[in-house]
Design a protein around this ligand. Sequence first.
Ligand SMILES: [Zn+2]
Length: 583
Amino acid sequence: MDRSAVIRNAADYYHSGRFLADLDRRVGFHTESVRGKREDLAAYLTEEIVPALAKSGFSSELCRTADNGRNLFLIAERHEDAALPTVLMYGHGDVVAGMEDRWSEGLTPWRVTVRGDRLYGRGTADNKGQHSINLGAFAEVLAARNGRVGFHTDSIRGNTGDLAAYLTDDIVPALAEMGFSSEIVKAAEAGRNLFLIAERHEDAALPTVLMYGHGDVVAGMEERWSEGLAPWRVTQRGDRLYGRGTADNKGQHSINLAAFAEVLAARNGRIGFNMKVLLEMGEEIGSPELTGVCRSQRERLKADVLISSDGPRLSAQRPTLFLGARGIFKFRLTADLRASEHHSGNWGGLLVNPATLLANAIASMVDGNGRILLEGLRPPALPEAVRQALADIVLTPGADDPAIDAEWGEPGLTPAERVYGWNALEVLALAAGDTQHPVNAIPGKAEAVCQLRFVVGTDLQGAAEAIRAHLAAKGFPQIALAVEWVEPATRLDLDNRWVRWAVASIEQTTAKKIALLPNFGGTVPNECFAKDLALPTLWVPHSYPGCNQHAPNEHMLGSVAEEGIRIMAGLFWDLGEQPWNQQ
Ligand SMILES: [Zn+2]
């Protein structure tokens, strides 16, 4: 993170209202040294300043010069390194008398009142406001130096400096401490993505794990976070750790690296397996060049298994392992019949209406209950192993989620089977004419953007041809098809020995029955690992469905993070411990 980003963050301490909240609390202590009570003077330090300093890593002590001394002192220290310079900061928490009756109408000494550019209150100027500014700035710079969330790694509109700094200033040194050698790789000079490939090699006879993660995030959406929260710093409230990237994906790979460090230390620097790390900085823009890097760096990325963390668990309470992802087949249907509209009075009944045509074409592909009618877009029958794995998976929407529509989708399937074991054909957007300002005219053109989320076994190669043949056969040859995005589906065999190994390890660590999902309902970049690197793929998510990833107020749950660190430590321990290849 560069100097200007740090100063932006520090200004955010003021603009977000956090400075005002801190100052208001501090002004609230009646710390008049002239006639004040000793308890109030002490409380300012013990209840307010000591905890604030502790958050920045200070140890504090209160002292008096004599037992019945009239003054009280706080001496706090934060020590980083004996080789570094040391700063002493002085301030005073006592104030003059409140003079309650003499403040202007509406103002009072023991509360902060904002009027225009003025923040009124006893001690705002002398001296609580002043040392609060200094402590606030210190905390911001500290957060910027230490926190991964502090890097503005927005890959959509972010600057490449911040994206690179996340790797060079934070991840590479953290990995180096654990004995990794790192290299930052671009697929091409003009590539849009940036990759870190790191390796820690112990012994050619040991198994090798590849861990993937992404350091980029979606936009900060600064103005839309709740009061007191901000995207580029971590704020803890109850069990929630707020900040952009806490769930997706900085928090998740940070958990994995922390667990790795703990096990490495416990094993005295010999962990018992080889580890490779691949971090990309462009997942939120569709992982450009990721497949290319997996192919061109195949030897360097060679491993025995992929263990990664992204996406949500089934629920906050239930540890989850998923083995792949549904694929995406996104396509546009266009009925572009005429260059312009034609009056519906004069031409209605004479001209084919493209909107009517398109609506009927869609209805011939998916019925009014969401059941896919076009055979080429349907998956093969649900495999027995998948049915068994999903038998105990219950989907429970959170407080802010919509209720599940019981009758929607393929008949005879449970909700879990519908989202993890089956295909869904969705209309993402649909347009003809202007619905806000309709005119009496037959539109010239109608358009729909559709998306098939599909599982392994669906004939993707033949999908476009199947749609074209279907449209022609059903009498809609005028509708053009354009395929816009294809992401293949992946699913590791549920019977793979790595799956059995991971399930046993996680269940031993947590004493819970885990949710084993054949694949994730959404998408993670897994094809390049499953196909190009031919790896068994184990995904252990540390987020939960209510995490607000991609929205304001993104957060991670502390309870899930704690369990996640234990799960990963258990997996890393077992990798070095167990006869992993004899299960
Ligand atoms: Zn994301």
